[in-house]
Design a protein around this ligand. Structure first.
Ligand code: SF4
Ligand code: SF4
Length: 372
């Protein structure tokens, strides 16, 4: 399976457009006038493009231009991290620069908040849940992930981005029912297999390393990458940015289930990217041989990273309490979050949604010792 890379240093439409026109060639036969294409962007939260949290508007604009030139209707869609309601969506569209993309290109910003129950017969984990109708009804789905690290999944790319087809806060229920990273990785693969997006094109011009997907540092990774397969795209990108497969649950699930049996063929520009700094929550992948097997489960729990709430930075918005799948965050009298750590499942949804980086990832002492 081919994964194509193009070097891209800046978000300049004149430079990005020809690269995207070239990368989209493998699906030119699917671009039919009058049909509708959905661009599944990453709109995690209300954030300006320079923060590298969301898919950059220049990338979205170039894809929209390409499809609209071929007579397609284009809808830009995602279900962000918080509540899936029109005022929140509109503020995110404006902040992320996608409202401007819609104005300039004629693409539509999705306002269809409806979803319908989906039964995944062959799914390994959850079988029945809601998926956005706008994605289900599209003639063509193009997945436009952003290249970032991720507190729970180590890396977020093509497969993880498709979790955004689950509406709003119902995502928390998925986390709560599947607290283990490996189970959740399997579930993300199930969702990606259901959606069967036609193409995956990653914005890696500026990525995020460290404690992503919203609280990390920017990194000039300088690439665009594309493939017909989300699994092969993620594998090739992880190799490029120095993240080992064994640390990424979605890749482990794809390997186990045979989606990566075929060889990944990297084509296009040859790139060198400085290895991404991993999130502090990146897992310990082995335990020392002297630890008795009966203690593995307890030890694994003891070495898990946990969120650390920085009350001085906190603005009391309560978004973390609202999103917490395990409902272990309460707001105290001073409108600051307090966490019941015994029941925290280390999903880092709170860390991901905090608008002011007031939640850090705290490694346990034992976990940091074992990583060393
Ligand atoms: S920690 Fe962040 S998300 Fe939680 S209340 Fe404070 S500012 Fe809001
Ligand atoms: S406190 Fe944060 S990391 Fe723990 S379960 Fe709640 S959202 Fe997840």
């Amino acid at each position: 399976m081919n994964v194509a890379f193009r070097a891209a240093k800046e978000y300049e439409l004149t430079q990005v457009q020809p690269l995207i026109d070239d990368l989209l060639q493998p699906i030119s036969h699917l671009m039919m006038a009058g049909k509708t294409a959905v661009l599944k962007v990453n709109l995690l939260m209300k954030a300006a493009p320079e923060r590298a949290i969301t898919t950059h508007p220049v990338v979205v604009e170039a894809v929209a231009n390409h499809l609209i030139d071929r007579g397609m209707n284009v809808i830009i869609a995602d279900s962000p991290g918080g509540p899936f309601i029109a005022p929140v969506l509109d503020s995110i569209y404006r902040a992320s620069g996608l409202a401007g993309v819609a104005e300039r290109t004629g693409a539509e910003l999705n306002h269809d908040l409806s979803s319908s129950e989906t039964l995944l017969d062959g799914a390994e984990k959850l079988h029945r849940f809601e998926i956005l109708n706008v994605v289900k009804q599209a003639d063509l789905v193009i997945n436009l992930p952003k290249c970032k690290t991720h507190g729970m999944m180590t890396y977020t790319g093509a497969v993880k981005n498709l979790f955004g087809v689950i509406p709003g806060l119902t995502k928390a229920n998925h986390h709560f029912r599947l607290p283990s990273r490996l189970d959740f990785g399997d579930h993300l693969v199930d969702i990606a297999e259901f959606v069967q997006a036609d193409f995956h094109l990653m914005d890696g011009i500026v990525g995020m390393e460290g404690d992503g997907p919203s609280g990390g540092q920017l990194i000039q990774s300088g690439f665009l990458a594309a493939s017909l397969s989300p699994h092969h795209l993620d594998r090739a990108v992880c190799q490029l940015i120095g993240i080992e497969e064994k640390l990424v649950p979605t890749l482990l699930a794809a390997i186990r289930r045979g989606f990566l049996n075929e060889q990944t063929q990297v084509i296009g520009d040859t790139l060198r990217v400085k290895p991404f700094v991993l999130p502090k929550s990146a897992p310990v992948t082995f335990l020392p041989s002297w630890v008795p097997e009966g203690l593995h489960h307890r030890l694994a729990k003891a070495i898990r990273s946990k969120p650390d709430f920085l009350h001085k930075k906190c603005i009391g918005c309560a978004k973390c309490a609202e999103i917490c799948p395990a409902q272990v965050i309460t707001m105290n009298q001073d409108r600051r979050p307090e966490c019941d750590y015994d029941n925290c499942i280390s999903c880092f949804c709170c860390h991901e949604i905090c608008p002011v980086k007031a939640i850090e990832i705290k490694q346990s002492f034992l976990g940091s010792l074992l990583k060393k």
